[in-house]
Ligand binder design. Structure first.
Ligand SMILES: O=C(O)/C=C/C(=O)CC(=O)C(=O)O
Length: 252
């Protein structure tokens, strides 16, 4: 039976779906503001034009839809056959005509949304494996997509910034990234402090005796943590400014 609304009634999941759908609408808005010729311009990602960003976001929706189909059917359908195929697909997509590229984004986003909508409540707990080898419940696909659409909307370099991203999305992203650093041990002697928050947000090597402390607002710190520059952040060590500002450890 085809559903007209989400099958899940889990309020946390429904809230997550809302953030993903809002992010998709935001990406669509920034894309629609660009003229066809603008798609040839550079994005904020080294070596990628805006075409590459749109291509990646489109194929990412298809890849995530495959995980949702896996959760629905129990038939293993990976995001991508391999990282090489993923990268080749992005390069190929970047060569499409503007209308085809825009259709790729639109149609893949609708497809993913339908897969989410029709997934029975119980199947959201079914385990699937991401291209990075993480085994996660299908619920995680919502966050995976949320992250992609909000951050890559900024990467289109068309006026969007991290201040446009909702605070709960930024906070979760920062927690994810600093958690990954911690797991890899790449946050040694590094403390990250978010300013201007009702409750303290401190991440990193908080046991270090003389750490480099990088601080800034939630949008500025999250932008920095994703490897998108030091703008709006300050770095100090033993109370003295650190120059040049410390770049963030690798995220993914
Ligand atoms: O969260 C993960 O384990 C994997 C995420 C991705 O693979 C997202 C992408 O970078 C992609 O679709 O290529």
């Amino acid at each position: 039976m085809v559903a007209r609304h989400d099958q899940t009634t889990d309020p946390v999941l429904l809230d997550g779906l809302l953030q993903a759908r809002r992010g998709t609408a935001f990406f669509a808005r920034k894309l629609n503001e660009l003229a066809d010729a603008d798609l040839d311009g550079a994005s904020l990602l080294p070596g990628w034009t805006r075409r590459h960003v749109v291509s990646h976001v489109g194929y990412n929706a298809r890849a995530i839809a495959r995980l949702v189909e896996w959760a629905a059917t129990g038939v293993e359908t990976p995001m991508y056959p391999s990282v090489e195929v993923r990268n080749h697909e992005i390069d190929f997509g970047a060569t499409l005509s503007p209308i085809a590229l825009r259709n790729l984004f639109d149609h893949s986003a609708v497809h993913l949304n339908v897969e989410w909508r029709d997934l029975p409540a119980d199947n959201w707990h079914h385990k699937v494996k991401t291209v990075q080898g993480r085994t996660v419940p299908a619920e995680e696909t919502v966050w995976m997509r949320t992250r992609e659409v909000w951050v890559h909307a900024v990467d289109l370099d068309n006026g969007a910034s991290f201040t446009d991203i909702p605070a709960p999305v930024l906070a979760r992203l920062l927690k994810d990234i600093t958690g990954a650093w911690h797991t890899r041990g790449t946050d040694k002697d590094l403390v990250v402090e978010v300013t201007g928050q009702p409750s303290a947000m401190v991440f990193g090597d908080t046991a270090a005796t003389s750490p480099t402390v990088v601080s800034g607002t939630l949008p500025a710190i999250t932008q920095w943590a994703t490897g998108r520059g030091t703008h709006g952040t300050t770095a100090t060590r033993d109370g003295e400014p650190v120059t040049p500002a410390r770049s963030a450890p690798k995220w993914i």
